[in-house]
Write a protein that binds this ligand. Structure first.
Ligand SMILES: [Zn+2]
Ligand SMILES: [Zn+2]
Length: 333
């Protein structure tokens, strides 16, 4: 089978992913082998190939927004029939035994493994995964539409939850890429007033189309206090500005696995019981809740398709904010 493989991280401009022939994986106990149809691109893939994350496995096939069909079942795997369509997301495996796993916080499991980081992911034609970490996908979505829901969508949903935002309240979204363009659809479904802060004219246009009541820059004054907000851009300088837009008692949730340093700021910005918190991964419950909600709204992901072999180019365009919403690779033939 063919896969786009990472041997050594490098700037995406140097095209670190190489097209390679590798052996098709065999499913172990409880695992299914998946024939990948499409795989969405995520900023975490970029942090992976550029080496901003520690890489426990090299060479590696990245990709963690995988839409696939079950191709074979390992011993004891019975949840899905061969031929069934499933999705795989960032959470590849958790131990089920630690304090976090046992208290509904498997996203913080210290033994967790992540798709396309600890295990080969969806930039290749086949992959294997524990069947408990594969999700049934609502029929309402095409393969390409379903892919961005699997990370951008799920983690955007968890971020909204952790921002504490309630229906009808004022929400801020900082950065407006793949995740935010899905989160805004959940927020407007909840009748929130959404303020979008982004520099990209492309992204501003999309935000207006999706119902933002205000669009501008993080440096702008908005003259009202936001009840909650989510920072999607991995830029630390935004944090004090987002706190400055927040009402007392509100929360800024940071949806980033990696962020540039946060500048020093005055205590006044966080006084008034404002909360600053990060969002780390998600749980299977988040995934299942979100996929149901997404089908019910229904959320529409705007996607730009690329062939599997164009993975480097697609990541480069994503880094340069040249993708209007979500980039998706079509895998195999
Ligand atoms: Zn655990
Ligand atoms: Zn992701």
């Amino acid at each position: 089978m063919e896969a786009m493989r990472l041997h050594e991280p490098a700037d995406i401009g140097e095209a670190p992913l190489q097209r390679e022939e590798v052996a098709r994986p065999e499913p172990g106990p409880g695992q299914v082998r998946l024939k990948v149809r499409v795989c969405g691109l995520c900023h975490t893939d970029l942090h992976t190939v550029e080496g901003e994350l520690d890489l426990p496995k090299l060479p590696l096939t990245p990709g963690h927004q995988v839409v696939a069909t079950v191709d074979a079942r390992g011993p004891g795997a019975e949840r899905y029939a061969v031929g069934e369509r499933v999705g795989v997301a960032w959470l590849y495996w958790t131990c089920g035994e630690c304090d976090y796993c046992q208290s509904g916080l498997e996203n913080l499991c210290p033994n967790a493994q992540f798709t396309g980081l600890h295990a080969d992911g969806g930039y290749g034609e086949y992959m294997v995964v524990d069947e408990r970490f594969a999700y049934p996908l609502p029929g309402a979505f095409s393969d390409a539409e379903a892919a961005p829901l699997l990370c951008a969508g799920i983690i955007g949903y968890r971020s909204l939850r952790l921002s504490g935002i309630q229906p009808g309240q004022r929400l801020g979204l900082y950065g407006f890429g793949a995740s935010a363009h899905l989160a805004i659809q959940v927020a407007t479904h909840w009748d929130c007033e959404v303020y979008v802060f982004t520099r990209s004219e492309n992204h501003r246009q999309l935000a207006r189309e999706l119902g933002a009541v205000w669009v501008g820059s993080a440096k702008d004054d908005i003259n009202v206090g936001l009840h909650g907000s989510v920072i999607f851009a991995p830029a630390g300088w935004i944090v004090p500005l987002a706190l400055g837009h927040l009402r007392p008692g509100g929360t800024v949730a940071i949806n980033a696995i990696h962020m540039s340093p946060i500048p020093e700021f005055d205590y006044d910005l966080i006084y008034g019981e404002r909360i600053l918190r990060s969002v780390a991964n998600f749980t299977r419950q988040d995934a299942e809740e979100f996929l149901q909600l997404a089908a019910g709204i229904p959320i529409r992901a705007e996607v730009e398709l690329f062939p599997q072999t164009a993975a480097n180019e697609a990541l480069r365009k994503m880094k340069a904010s040249e993708i209007r919403a979500s980039a998706v690779l079509e895998i195999g033939d």
